[in-house]
Design a protein around this ligand. Structure first.
Ligand code: PFF
Ligand code: NA
Length: 453
């Protein structure tokens, strides 16, 4: 335990945690979720979820990793022998996510290159599914698509190369480059988007509050899901990252910084994305609702169409946009992979290099499945499955086990308070022991209910 790897600096840890949190979820998920769930009014449930669940759970996970100095399964088993399985469950979810997250980053890499010549042409959707992913070719379902395979190999070489180098020289150095670069690129994107004709209409659509929706359970479910996914909590990540903290670290403070930075970036992304959508709507003379969307379609079909219509320097805008997706994605992918690398290393008592090779290698091989013709269909299915199994449920189990089954919240609070400037009061225990379980429990029942219907 004495020679456990450590972060070199406090900033290094924070940038790595922020790097994990800021990902595709901020850029292509948050803006649309906010728009769809009450616009400006969404910020109320969103802030509530951040302050009563997101940051408190982040503090809990940082404390677990810092106190028990192990991967998620090891730290949880040190909390209580009977909790190890929860760590493996979270590691498993992360493993599955890593197999397809890598593929999406590979697409973004291709699109960064396509930007130079706006290679996607006028029919951007047809280009994505036809020319690029080659979905509509039933005779050849299952064969690898070279245009995806090449960037995918590159994504894995970069990711595993960084992971081979370890915590301080690998993950920390990478995030110290990626995250500041991402913020600069993204600020340029947002400023450009804001100066486009029609931007104000887009922002209106995003921020106009629809207070009628505020009592709608679905809106609250959306807020909590977004906070969990976006902060990378209940995915074994934050426990693993904090296990490399030096003894004297202000974990509570770090959790607040991480939580607010992630939400700040979400807000920024919302402004950038909806300004661009407002521009697109103005060009086509339609309402913003006609062009608004999320996910793969937004990034790889709608954005290329927006880029096509930019009056000047559209190629550069496209390149910056897709490069920022790559940077945001890579820093999250690294953190997801580290959960099982740390887990395997400790469980099987193997070297870090072997854990990177076997764990990362296995994920890379499985990811090939999504680089085949028609692979995007598997990707959708797996993504849906993981999100419904992972987000919320494992968080709910985590807080109930720690608060009510093992009754360890008091001990965790004591540990955090020993070393932090911000003292945790009873608000923290109440949020985790009462408020969060009730709301997450309600969420689970509601989502099961929707599935049955
Ligand atoms: N937090 C990242 C985002 O908002 O995009 C995504 C993410 C990374 C989710 C890792 C889950 C995960 F395990
Ligand atoms: Na995020």
């Amino acid at each position: 335990m004495e020679n456990r790897a450590q972060w070199g600096t406090r900033a290094g840890f924070i940038l790595a945690a922020v790097g994990s949190a800021i990902g595709l979820g901020n850029i292509w998920r948050f803006p649309y979720i906010a728009y769809e769930n009450g616009g400006g009014a969404f910020f109320l449930p969103y802030l509530f979820a951040l302050l009563t669940a997101g940051i408190p759970i982040l503090i809990l996970e940082f404390t677990l990793g810092h106190k028990f100095r192990g991967s998620a399964p090891l730290s949880l088993s040190r909390l209580n022998k009977k909790a190890e399985w929860l760590g493996w469950w979270q590691v498993f979810i992360s493993f599955v996510i890593s197999t397809y997250y890598a593929v999406i980053i590979a697409w973004a890499m291709s699109y960064a290159v396509f930007s130079f010549k706006l290679s996607w042409g006028d029919d951007t959707e047809g280009f994505l599914f036809g020319d690029y992913l080659k979905v509509a070719d039933p005779g050849q379902v299952g064969s690898l698509v070279p245009g995806v395979l090449i960037p995918l190999v590159l994504v894995w070489v970069i990711t595993l190369g960084i992971l081979f180098k370890g915590i301080k020289k690998g993950i920390e150095v990478a995030n110290k480059i990626f995250i500041p670069a991402l913020v600069v690129l993204f600020l340029i994107i947002v400023i450009r988007a804001l100066t486009l004709e029609g931007a104000a209409t887009g922002l209106d659509a995003l921020f106009a509050p629809n207070w009628n929706r505020i009592m709608d359970g679905e809106v609250w479910v959306a807020a909590y899901s977004q906070i969990f996914f976006s902060l990378s909590i209940a995915f074994a990540i934050m426990i693993t990252y904090s296990s490399y903290l030096p003894k004297k670290s202000d974990i509570t403070n770090n959790a607040f910084i991480t939580g607010f930075s992630n939400s700040g970036f979400e807000l920024l992304a919302g402004i950038g994305v909806f300004s661009a959508l407002g521009f697109m709507a103005a060009q086509q003379g339609v309402d913003v609702s006609e062009v608004a969307g999320a996910g793969i379609g937004l990034a790889f079909a709608v954005f290329p169409a927006i880029i096509n219509q930019m009056p000047v320097m559209s190629e550069l805008f496209g390149f910056l946009f897709f490069t920022s997706l790559v940077l945001a994605g890579l820093s999250s992918l690294i953190s997801i992979c580290e959960t099982y690398i740390a887990g395997f290393q400790e469980k099987f008592n193997i070297s870090r290099n072997k854990a990177v090779l076997y764990g990362g290698g296995l994920s890379a091989i499985i990811s090939l499945l999504f680089a085949t013709r028609g692979g995007i269909n598997f990707l959708d299915v797996v993504d849906h499955f993981v999100l419904s199994m992972g987000v919320g449920l494992s968080g709910l189990v985590e807080v109930i086990l720690i608060a009510w089954v093992f009754r360890k919240l008091g001990a965790m609070k004591g540990h955090a308070n020993e070393i932090s400037d911000i003292r945790l009061g009873s608000w923290w225990t109440i949020c985790l022991g009462v408020v969060t379980p009730i709301i997450l429990g309600y969420m689970m029942i509601q989502s099961i209910w929707v599935d049955i219907k």
